[in-house]
Design a protein. Structure first.
Length: 219
């Protein structure tokens, strides 16, 4: 099973979407306002290079690397900003078709199997899921749920998935700030052939200062 089919806390077989599953889903102004492809980004801006994505530094932004225990590879980037957390993952995608419509249905089905609920709504990036997810019983918080927003954007030969939690899931002002952060991300697809839904390789930041702020987290 490929990486895009198994995001954090999601592990479900692909099921056919009833809503144009192959159609790309992205804001109309994506190519100018983001998330951007590497070829669309300003090459002189001081991005932090994380391999498959580049992040534009800003005050109050803290970076975390989510590490897969077995392989020790970076499988997601966590960004803490404006009282919110934003987890991002870039995936390879077909040139002319999208992934978000299918993956969104998959996420919705799996959250339902976990006992959670989802609401499909229109957001700033297109269709998104607002999910109420039960907190794991092992954390000693039986009956407690957490809110999260699942967003996705289909770009040229890539798909960028984001999960927003904290204030950005409930507070409009914080949401606008974390949405702007998601918009500022640059996806580096590269020229290497990759099967659709494979995770575009991520890595430690090349900046030593930024690397000091990146606390690896095992997943």
């Amino acid at each position: 099973m490929s990486d895009a089919e198994t995001p954090t806390e999601i592990d479900a077989p692909l099921e056919e979407s009833v809503e144009a599953p192959n159609e790309k889903s992205a804001p109309e102004d994506r190519a100018t306002e983001g998330p951007l492809d590497e070829l669309e980004a300003n090459p002189v801006r001081p991005y932090v290079d994380l391999g498959g994505i580049k992040i534009l530094p800003r005050d109050g932004l803290h970076l975390r690397l989510e590490i897969e225990e077995g392989s020790k590879r970076v499988v997601a980037i966590g960004l803490d900003y404006a009282g919110s957390t934003l987890q991002v993952q870039p995936f390879a995608a077909p040139r002319s078709t999208g992934l978000w419509n299918e993956i969104r249905d998959q996420i919705r089905d799996q959250i339902g199997k976990q006992g959670g609920t989802t609401t499909l709504r229109e957001g700033p990036f297109g269709p998104e899921l607002l999910a109420e997810i039960p907190v794991a019983a092992g954390q000693g918080a039986g009956g407690v749920t957490r809110l999260a927003r699942f967003v996705g954007v289909d770009g040229p030969r890539w798909f960028l998935r984001g999960v927003i939690a904290g204030e950005g899931a409930v507070n409009p002002e914080a949401a606008a700030q974390v949405e702007d952060l998601f918009r500022s991300i640059v996806v580096v697809r590269g020229a290497t052939p990759m099967p659709p839904r494979d995770l575009i390789p991520l890595r430690m930041p090349t900046s030593a200062k930024t690397a000091d702020d990146a606390a690896p987290t095992a997943v």
